[in-house]
Design a protein around this ligand. Structure first.
Ligand SMILES: Nc1ncnc2c1ncn2[C@@H]1O[C@H](COP(=O)(O)OP(=O)(O)O)[C@@H](O)[C@H]1O
Ligand SMILES: [Mg+2]
Length: 291
């Protein structure tokens, strides 16, 4: 659950998707990947206290990540708390993040939802591109949409870079990330033809990685039909300029019940199940889970 900008509703969407999935009988683990400003526990009504958290795993105070999965008031839903208590941002290395992702895949759960922090920080992009299904959350505000594009673009190139064997093709990707690059790469087609030229053996892999990158888009805090349609515009822009096929999975209206539920420390779908916001969140989850 990424999105670039802070305060747009990533955690709200993550907490509610997780709740709906748990209520459908699935075993769900929600991970608060915000290593600087964790707050999912508050959305779910879990007092942080002295609980084991993700920092404890990164600092090797615990070895088994499952030990950090705390029960929540919602049956079937456990939470791995984010970094807490230490003012400094938890330092992570690429290797440690890869290890974490491996460990997460072994967790005894039907579904693991990873909530990310704001920004296009390397660690957030790593978590985003490793997911089977990745979600980008935005609001209709231009600043939020701009950050969503930046995030998607960075994630896309990182994903391509991981798919390559040759340093020469990685160099192409690195250059392509700069929109004013000297190689004249502006579109995915330009990128592919440059890879074909410098490292033809990587072409197939890169094409495969491009095709498999299909993030889901959630438009949050919409207030009218035009704002709902913005999701489709983002989809077309991503396709045209970045060659990314995103799946516009749904929208959530701006709903006073949403912030009220946060104040009450309960997921919106439980605190105000009849609100429009809750209905849209249930709809998105059901679509994703195929229920
Ligand atoms: N659909 C919505 N309608 C009204 N307020 C919302 C909605 N989504 C989020 N909010 C408000 O925005 C705040 C920030 O949301 P949060 O999920 O914590 O953002 P992020 O994780 O992206 O930083 C919430 O506490 C809530 O008050
Ligand atoms: Mg958040």
């Amino acid at each position: 659950m990424g999105g670039g900008k802070g305060g747009i509703g990533k955690s709200l969407v993550a907490a509610n998707l997780a709740t709906v999935a748990a209520r459908s009988g699935r075993k769900v683990i929600l991970i608060d990947g915000d290593l600087g400003g964790a707050n999912l526990h508050t959305c779910l009504g879990v007092p942080p206290g002295q609980r084991i958290n993700l920092t404890d795993w990164f600092t090797e105070r615990i070895v088994d990540i499952e030990k950090a999965a705390t029960e929540t008031p919602i049956k079937g839903l456990r939470l791995v708390l984010g970094a807490l208590g230490n003012a400094a941002q938890t330092h992570t290395t690429h290797d440690r993040r890869v290890q974490l992702l491996k460990a997460v895949r072994k967790l005894p759960a039907d579904l693991v939802i990873f909530d990310l922090a704001a920004g296009t920080d390397r660690s957030m992009i790593d978590f985003f591109v490793a997911a089977d299904d990745s979600f980008i959350v935005t609001t209709p505000e231009p600043t939020s949409i701009e950050n969503a594009y930046q995030f998607l673009r960075a994630a896309f190139y990182r994903r391509l870079a991981y798919s390559m064997n040759h340093t020469s093709s990685r160099d192409v990707i690195r250059d392509a990330m700069d929109q004013r690059n000297e190689r004249g790469i502006h579109t995915p087609a330009d990128l592919l033809s440059e890879i074909d030229r410098v490292a033809p053996d990587d072409s197939e892999r890169v094409r495969g990685a491009m095709a498999r990158f299909r993030p889901h888009l959630v438009m949050n805090q919409v207030r009218n039909a035009d704002e709902v349609k913005l999701g489709f515009s983002i989809r077309s822009v991503c396709h045209k300029y970045f060659g990314i096929d995103i799946d516009y999975v749904g929208y959530v209206n701006y709903d006073d019940a949403a912030w009220r539920s946060v104040k009450e420390r309960r997921p919106l779908v439980l605190a105000y199940p009849e609100s429009d916001g809750a209905r849209y969140l249930r709809r998105i989850t059901k679509k994703l889970l195929g229920d």
